[in-house]
Structures are given as C-alpha cells and as structure tokens.
Design a binder for this molecule. Structure first.
Ligand SMILES: Nc1ncnc2c1ncn2[C@@H]1O[C@H](COP(=O)(O)OP(=O)(O)OP(=O)(O)O)[C@@H](O)[C@H]1O
Ligand SMILES: [Mg+2]
Length: 367
C-alpha cells in the first residue's frame, strides 16, 4: 500500500502506461485537484524516463497547452521533495548512468548523496518518483474526441493549440518524440469556456541544449538516433533510426489526419479504440511511416474534401516522406492559424495511393 503523499491525499487511479500509474489527488493545502504520476525507479530505463519527464517539465516555462508540473517527490524509504539539480536528482542520475539499481551501488553514508534516506534494504516497490502535475479533467484527447460527435470547430481549435505547443517546445529545444492523441490531455473549464488541450507525457522527450547543438545547427537539423515513439505516429526516418525534430511534425500530421477523418483502430493491448490513421494492406494494419520507409515511392495522399485545399496542402506537407519538406513548427503554426481564420467549418478526407511511375495508381484502404 502506498503511503499518503503529504501534503496530498491520493484518490483514484486515472490511468496507467508503460512506465507509471497516474492518480488523481487533492491538495490538503489548497483543496485543488492534481494528477500524480508515480514512476517505479527500479531499473535504469524507468529512471531515465522519470528523470527525462521531470527534467523537461521543470525546464519548460508556463504554456497554456503543455501540462504543468507542480513538484516532484522521491520515495526511497521515506518520501521527500526533489528538485532538478539537487542531491537526490544527482543520485538518480548516477543510478541511471551506471545502469545499476539503487541496491547495487557502492554507497556508504559518506559518499551516498541521498544520505541516510537510502538504506540497503529498501524494497523495490518503495523506490518511486512521484510527479505532481496539473489535473486535466477532460481525460485524453483520444477519448474526448471519440466520445463526442465530430466537430470541425473543436478540431480546428485543438489543432492550432497543438501546433502552438509544439512550436513552443521546439523553440525551447525540446523534441517530444511521442506525440499521439493519448498523450494529449483535455481541460474543460468549469465556466463553460471552450476546452483546452495540453501536451503531456514527456518521458521520451529530448532536450537538445546548447552543448548538443553546434553553432550552425538548429533543432530541425540536430540528429537523434534512439528509436522511440508509438508506431502509428512514427515518421519514416524514425523507423530508419536517424531523425530530427521534424519527426514531431510528422506525428502531428498523423494526429491531425485521424482527428479530422475519425479513423480508428482497436488496440488489443489497452483494450480500447485509438484515433489512428494507418494503411491496411490485406489483413495487416501498417503504420503510414513504416509503409513510407519500406517503399519511398508510396505517396500517402491527404485528399481534399469540400473547400479545404489549403489545409489539405498543409497537412500533406506535414507527412512528407522527406523531413526537409515538412514545415518547421513555427511556420506550421502560423499557416494553420491563417487557414483556420479563413476557412471555418472544414474537414479533410484521407486516403493513400501508390504511384508507379505515374502510370498506375494502387489504392490502399485507410482505416
Ligand atoms: N495531468 C493529467 N490529468 C489527468 N489525467 C492524466 C494526466 N496525466 C496522465 N493522465 C492519465 O494517465 C494516463 C497515462 O499517463 P502518461 O501517458 O503520462 O503515462 P505513461 O506511463 O507514460 O503512458 P504511456 O507509456 O502508455 O504513454 C493518461 O493516458 C491519462 O489517462
Ligand atoms: Mg502516455
């Protein structure tokens, strides 16, 4: 049984993912609701994820469309507050870098940066990092949209908020690397204002700070190699193993396609319906990025529906096979705002076609 996380009262489980469980909680100080994510720090991979999420969220200043982290606690026998740069943090970094569990580290009390709180016999179940975040009362964008009738206005609002948030991330040298409707949360204001979406789950994010970026590189040319993301939203070059921040633009393009077209796929693992756009090749659902990586001649075409030519062109450019042809986040955000201003009430159709030297076009079903 988890102890209470003073000064919060932990309530229900809101959701769980590969690395943690998220609970709702109420602050005993101000009676406000928060979401608290508990990440088990029992192996280097989890610790890396926990630290990355904490590090990125600590670094990002306020943005209305990014989930705010309030504070962070380390549970290692006792529970205490931890801040980036403080001893506990360094201790976790060491565990992570050495690829060992806490128990394998040769800490003596004089060398152990966690001092007396870290005993050799602390059960694994009690080594956790708890991230206290703002509570998003509308659940994930995936569920929020699927529980409602399609509404082009809501789509337009969410899309511009998301492009603004990604632009903010990239301007702060942060690449999210796992953008998908399940990692976007919704806040429904109680005063009846329109809902807000917020990007969350920064466990796979990458901060390309000044030392990573040489003088004349920017985030759109800085190369990353670790394969990460969720299949259906991964860009072709991510499957190849070398990519830049433009992989986020591809993922966002796939999110936009599935939002507007309401294309879904049933996920056996999570037992839920997911908003995704994929190519159905016979019985198999193939991620668009994978299909493009396997066959660079394949053209994934975002078809026009109604009068939305400019939007079609924009979304089409976001999922271009060549990352250099995708717009940078800033440019995308500006263009999208412009499209939304001029064309309210739009939708697009999505399908894919294979072009064989311009002679024959094979149609794929998009589901
Ligand atoms: N701030 C929040 N407010 C409300 N619910 C939240 C919040 N953060 C997370 N959740 C819920 O918890 C779930 C898991 O959160 P998150 O995606 O951050 O964890 P994860 O372990 O990294 O998941 P995965 O690896 O599957 O992406 C979300 O899908 C959502 O239902
Ligand atoms: Mg998640």
């Amino acid at each position: 049984m988890d102890p209470d996380l003073e000064p919060y009262q932990v309530l229900d489980e809101l959701g769980s993912g590969s690395f943690g469980v998220v609970y709702s909680a109420v602050s005993l100080k101000n009676s406000k609701h928060y979401a608290i994510k508990k990440i088990k720090c029992t192996n280097p991979e989890n610790i890396e994820i926990a630290l990355q999420e904490m590090w990125t969220l600590t670094r990002l200043t306020d943005h209305p469309n990014i989930v705010k982290m309030i504070e962070c606690y380390l549970q290692n026998g006792g529970i205490h507050r931890v801040k980036h740069g403080e001893d506990d943090y360094l201790c976790l970094v060491e565990v992570c870098l050495k690829g060992k569990t806490y128990h394998q580290l040769p800490f003596s009390n004089s060398h152990n940066p966690c001092g007396k709180q870290l005993g050799p016999n602390i059960p694994h179940s009690q080594l956790n990092l708890w991230l206290v975040m703002e509570y998003c009362n509308g659940g994930t964008m995936n569920d929020y949209l699927l529980e409602r009738d399609p509404d082009p206005e809501t789509n337009a609002r969410f899309m511009t908020q998301l492009s603004g948030a990604v632009s903010f991330l990239h301007n702060n040298n942060v690449v999210h690397r796992d953008l998908k409707p399940d990692n976007v949360l919704v806040c429904q204001p109680v005063n009846g204002d329109p809902p807000l979406v917020k990007i969350g789950d920064f466990g796979l994010s990458k901060i390309c700070n000044a030392s990573n970026l040489s003088h004349n590189t920017d985030i759109n040319t800085y190369q990353m190699n670790s394969a990460c993301g969720s299949d259906y939203f991964m860009a072709p070059e991510v499957f190849e193993g070398s990519y830049t921040a433009k992989a986020d633009i591809f993922a966002l393009g796939m999110i936009f396609c599935s939002m507007m077209e309401r294309t879904t796929c049933y996920d056996k693992e999570s037992n839920k319906l997911l908003l995704v756009t994929c190519i159905t090749n016979g019985k198999e659902n193939v991620p668009v990025g994978k299909a493009l990586q396997d066959d660079p001649k394949l053209t994934f075409e975002v078809l026009k529906c109604g009068r939305n030519n400019r939007l079609k062109t924009l979304v089409q450019s976001m999922v271009a096979i060549n990352p250099d042809e995708r717009p940078a986040a800033d440019e995308l955000h500006k263009k999208l705002q412009d499209v939304v201003k001029r064309q309210p009430g739009w939708t697009v159709c999505v399908t894919s076609q294979r072009s064989s030297r311009g002679k024959r076009k094979r149609r794929y079903t998009v589901s």
